[in-house]
Ligand binder design. Structure first.
Ligand code: PMP
Length: 328
């Protein structure tokens, strides 16, 4: 379904329209389809929001060409925003918390962004605070705030969601997506529900993450290595809509890691750990639908593989589990 078959004026126009591929490991009766976001020019799902958010800010006059964006990000959002910034004549400064992959940082740097390391306590919320301080020190600078701007959700509502609906002719039984900011899940859900009101919606988080407390579930907080999804502070994002989510499922580091390796060795998908978690969760949901344990309007499950495995080679993602060094 990738339709980049005509010449484009710029790399930004190659964002989106990524392939949707059936997983071999789907239970036969209920195929699982994964949207391969590595096909984006910056290699992740976050290219979509980088383009949409920055274009939106320029259109609304919230930032002028020549200005600077300052964003707290663990990496993929930085790469997506840096890509868009180069094309929109904007500068970019990213506040990067400790513990994330060095490859992402190198790529942000290569795209011309300035990196500010953040090693304080308080995770993303504290990094966001630092971003605001930096923005105040610059003229014509804004903090796009992926965790609160409706433009994040809108990017997926306008692109990722409709692409899924179109590829499956509207026959979407369940949407199973990992949550970091929640933009991907909320935007896809909103678009799919317009066509399929009773689609089953499942959020995926690492074991040790506490988003599910938003639905009143008990969760014990603990460190995890899966990168890009999960939180220890469910209030970190404004973009999740608990009323629209049917279920939260957790995946352990160990299971996500072995699924990443299985996806590479058996199916030829080179993906990161959040894709491993999403794949496993989506397969479980498909099995439950096949066994009549979960209601879904169609016998299909859709998930998203947000980024690629090459981004985590320095963390030994394809090594032994104990060598896989990650965010703790
Ligand atoms: N996986 C990876 C690798 C990511 O970088 C992100 C974004 N933090 C996600 C999943 C989750 O996407 P979202 O922020 O839209 O929930």
């Amino acid at each position: 379904m990738t339709t980049h078959d005509t010449p484009k004026a710029s790399g930004l126009e190659t964002i989106g329209k990524t392939p949707l591929v059936e997983l071999d490991a789907s239970p036969g009766a209920v195929p699982v389809y994964a949207k391969l976001e590595t096909f984006n020019p910056g290699g992740s799902v976050k290219d979509r929001i980088g383009k949409h958010i920055l274009e939106g800010l320029v259109e609304r006059g919230e930032i002028e060409p020549g200005g600077t964006i300052v964003e707290p990000t663990a990496g993929n959002t930085g790469i997506g925003m840096a890509l868009a910034a180069t094309r929109l004549d904007l500068g970019a400064i990213f506040v990067v918390p400790e513990g994330f992959s060095v490859e992402k940082e190198r790529l942000m740097d290569a795209l011309g962004a300035e990196i500010v390391h953040f090693s304080g306590d308080g995770g993303m919320a504290a990094a966001a605070q630092r971003a605001h301080e930096i923005a105040q020190e610059h003229e014509n600078a804004v903090v796009p705030q992926q965790f609160s701007t409706p433009l994040n959700v809108e990017a997926h509502y306008r692109t990722t969601g409709p692409e899924i609906v179109e590829a499956l002719d509207g026959e979407v039984g369940a949407v199973v997506v990992g949550v970091g900011s929640g933009g991907t899940l909320t935007g896809i859900t909103r678009a799919v529900r317009e066509q399929v009101p009773d689609v089953n919606v499942v959020a995926v988080e690492p074991e040790g993450s506490t988003f599910a407390t938003l639905l009143g579930r008990e969760r014990e907080e603990s460190p995890y290595k899966i990168e890009g999804i999960g939180t220890h502070d469910p209030a970190v994002t404004d973009l999740l809509e608990p009323d629209e989510i049917d279920d939260f499922v957790t995946v352990s580091d160990r299971d996500a890691h072995s699924e990443v390796q299985r996806l590479a060795a058996e199916e030829g998908h080179l993906v990161g750990s959040s894709s491993g978690a999403a794949s496993l969760a989506a397969r479980r949901v498909a099995e439950e639908i096949a066994a009549g344990q979960r209601n879904a309007p169609y016998d299909t499950v859709v998930t998203v593989f947000p980024d690629g495995g090459e981004r985590y080679l320095s963390k030994n993602i394809y090594g032994h589990f104990d060598e896989w060094e990650g965010k703790t």
